[in-house]
Ligand binder design. Structure first.
Ligand code: ADE
Length: 244
């Protein structure tokens, strides 16, 4: 079954963009997933194809109208379409691998890309949209965020990644609650510009390699993402399940 993505955007020409190349592009060519970008403007009934209006209460910027967004959603999703509707917005809950995983195991997703100041909240709630942010910074629209989310989902679809790109042992697997950042990687040559690869990796002692990697993961997580280590400690006291 093809995993189906539909993107609602004012800039359909931005798609597939980078999703048409590399791993995601190959997956699309092989029919493992599909991408349809729909112009929100096509849902406008205004003779000037207006989609936005000024915010009630005043303030800068424009707001996408609820009626236009509703019509765009209705046109994109037939009654009973089982796919979740995700609204990309800096107001959203932070994107995590757990959401990526649950979207990737479903039938697909419909992604609404905001522009301007935002989208009339009534349609966001009436449609039960899942509001998602890809990080604590503001993009000029949701399109790049939608591409990030799609890339993260598509690489998990069965058949998209080969053994060479295994997703089993990476940061945030098997679940980011308790996961650590990944250990560092090295390949040949064993010495480069006088810099030696850590000796333990050349030793052939699998248990020691695993122990070293675990220690590296903990150290880098402590330094960069102590928030993750806290959930890890909570989990450790219940049942130990590191990323190995
Ligand atoms: N639109 C603008 N900024 C965004 C962000 N950080 N995440 C998701 N959508 C956005």
């Amino acid at each position: 079954m093809t995993w189906r993505a539909t993107v609602l955007t004012l800039f359909p020409g931005m798609f597939p963009g980078p999703l048409g190349t590399a791993l995601a592009g190959r997956g699309m060519e092989r029919g493992l997933w599909s991408l349809e970008a729909r112009d929100i403007r096509d849902a406008s009934t205004d003779r000037n194809r207006r989609v936005d209006d000024t915010p009630f209460g005043g303030g800068a910027g424009m707001v996408l109208r609820a009626d236009v967004v509703e019509a765009a959603c209705a046109a994109a999703m037939p009654e009973g379409d089982p796919r979740p509707l995700v609204f990309l917005t800096p107001r959203g809950a932070p994107l995590r691998q757990s959401l990526v995983r649950s979207l990737a195991t479903g039938p697909g997703a419909v992604l609404l890309c905001g522009r301007y100041e935002g989208v009339d909240q009534r349609v966001v709630e009436a449609r039960g949209m899942v509001e998602v942010s890809i990080g604590d910074y503001v993009l000029s629209g949701g399109e790049l965020a939608a591409m990030v989310l799609l890339d993260a989902c598509v690489r998990l679809l069965p058949g998209v990644m080969g053994a060479a790109e295994s997703a089993e042992e990476e940061s945030f697997s098997p679940s980011e609650a308790g996961a650590l950042l990944e250990y560092p990687h090295y390949t040949r040559p064993a010495e480069w510009r006088g810099l030696r690869v850590p000796e333990v990796l050349l030793s052939g002692h699998h248990a020691e390699v695993a122990r070293w990697r675990r220690a590296q993961s903990e150290a880098v997580t402590r330094e960069r993402r102590p928030d993750l280590l806290q959930t890890e400690q909570r989990r450790d006291s219940a049942a130990r399940m590191p990323m190995d």
